[in-house]
Design a protein around this ligand. Structure first.
Ligand code: UGA
Length: 447
């Protein structure tokens, strides 16, 4: 299989996981990163954020991956340039594309008669690849290039696995030569001819990875559609859980019934405090705005967003009733990262609930297994779980870290002032907690 020389702009979790996966696929990858602290870490083979297996994988591809802040050098012999910069939310619920267009402006002077495929990995609104094409035509009128949309579907916490064994690969382009290059790039991944760390072997697919060849616009929208659909499943099951709490049904039993219907499936039906993180909240709002701006009111998506923003407070209010108000009560908040196995605090429900508890008069102590990497200043924290729970009137589990699931709750209960726990992810061992004398509140479990 042919090895390509490519450049990836941006070493965030998408850019870096993709770059490492492509180096594992035997390509030579130049990663351009302008943040010098991050760059230095990478040059020393350190991953600058928490993401399982990336460091081991990086060590294994050392001879094929190069980190630099020199764009000219990074582009020297690359036939493909991947844009994997951040597209954060704007205060007006839109998408900030400034990093994408900064990269495009930086790139333009280096484009010339050598044909280059510019691959858009960042999540962007429909029409962005067209806008990039127009911008580059203007900045580099004689350059030969093609802009393709190639969205990623990586999950934080298992980014490498999703990058090397994706469910599908989406190639959005209207130009045959660009498509051929992209197919060459992904060939080792599509055909499963890639060496992976032993931890990932059990997940190796037995069939080639499906490739979808679509238009740029469809590729751009497909990414939002995928995230919006998953977010909808979460809000849906949270609504069912709320109906369970209002009646006498149990959401786990409902899910066991739903999951056996192949049309529904079992994934993303974990009821809880709702979704957080850098993707679902931002992408659902962006799609909602994109639809409105295009003259269409996406009512279902608006409901998904609204359900999600209220779900965490519904649970909090239940606890408030049980405690007879939060004023003067000490509450331990367990989990600040938006999901386990990451130190990412973007749209952290743990942080939001902690601030809300403080506003309602409680004293709060928050814990997270990755607290030391997080630099949390806005709320009181403690790196020791037992100390965090000491004298607490109640605990709220916000993120289902293994450390909480496996904790000795019988012993931990002894240090609490009142044994009350709100399991915001339905993840704790219910029977052990009940046996240890806890008042156990959960989501949709009628408890
Ligand atoms: C999500 C998508 O799952 C990826 O496919 C996508 O590529 C990525 O966004 C992205 O756009 O970059 P991620 O945000 O890393 O990935 O994490 P998820 O595992 O999807 O979880 C997101 C949130 O949903 C978490 O807060 C999680 O606790 C919550 N969730 C997830 C639930 O509340 N219930 C569930 O059943 C599943």
């Amino acid at each position: 299989m042919q090895s390509l020389e490519i450049t990836v702009i941006g070493a965030g979790y998408v850019g870096l996981s993709t770059a490492i996966a492509l180096a594992m696929a035997n390509h030579r990858v130049h990663v351009f990163e302008r943040n010098l602290e991050r760059l230095q870490a990478l040059q020393n083979q350190c991953i600058p954020f928490a993401e399982p297996l990336l460091e081991i994988a990086l060590q294994a591809v050392q001879d094929r991956i190069f980190f630099t802040a020199n764009l000219a050098k990074a582009l020297e012999s690359s036939s493909m340039v991947m844009l994997a910069v951040g597209t954060p939310p704007t205060p007006a619920q839109g998408v900030d594309l400034s990093q994408v267009f900064d990269a495009v402006h930086q790139l333009a002077p280096y484009l010339n008669q050598t044909p280059r495929v510019i691959v858009l990995k960042s999540t962007v609104p429909v029409g962005t690849s067209e806008e990039i094409t127009a911008t580059l035509k203007n900045l580099a009128p004689n350059a030969v290039f093609s802009v393709s949309s190639n969205p990623e579907f990586l999950r934080q916490g298992r980014a490498l696995r999703d990058a090397v064994f994706p469910d599908r690969i989406v190639l959005g382009t209207s130009q045959t030569w660009a498509l051929e290059q992209l197919e060459m790039l992904y060939a080792p991944i599509i055909e499963g001819k890639i060496q992976v760390p032993p931890e990932l072997e059990p997940f190796r697919p037995t069939q080639p990875i499906p490739v979808l060849r679509v238009s740029n616009a469809s590729a751009e929208l497909a990414k939002y559609a995928a995230n919006a659909f998953l977010a909808m499943k979460i809000s849906f099951i949270n609504e069912i859980a709320n109906v369970c709490d209002a009646t006498s049904a149990d959401v786990d039993e409902i899910v066991s019934v739903l999951a056996l219907d192949k049309r529904i499936g079992s994934d993303f039906l974990q009821a809880g405090l709702g979704y957080g993180g850098s993707c679902f909240p931002k992408d659902t709002r962006a799609l909602n705005q994109l639809a409105s701006k295009s003259g269409y009111e996406f009512r279902l998506l608006r409901a998904v967003i609204e359900v999600n923003s209220q779900q965490r407070f519904k649970a909090l209010e239940r606890l408030e009733r049980v405690l007879n108000g939060f004023r003067g009560k000490r509450i331990a908040v367990l989990g600040l990262s938006f999901k386990p196995d990451t130190d990412d605090l973007r749209e952290s429900i743990g942080l939001e609930l902690s601030l809300e508890l403080l506003a309602r008069g409680a004293s709060v102590v928050a814990h997270d297994p990755m607290l030391e990497q997080m630099n949390v200043k806005s709320i009181p924290t403690n790196t020791n779980l037992e100390m965090c729970l000491t004298d607490a009137d109640a605990a709220i589990l916000v993120t289902e870290w293994l450390e909480y699931k496996n904790a000795d709750w019988t012993e931990l209960g002894k240090v609490m002032k009142q044994r009350i726990i709100l399991d915001g992810r339905n993840a704790l061992p219910k029977n052990t907690l009940l046996e240890a004398g806890f008042s156990y509140l959960a989501i949709g479990r009628n408890l």
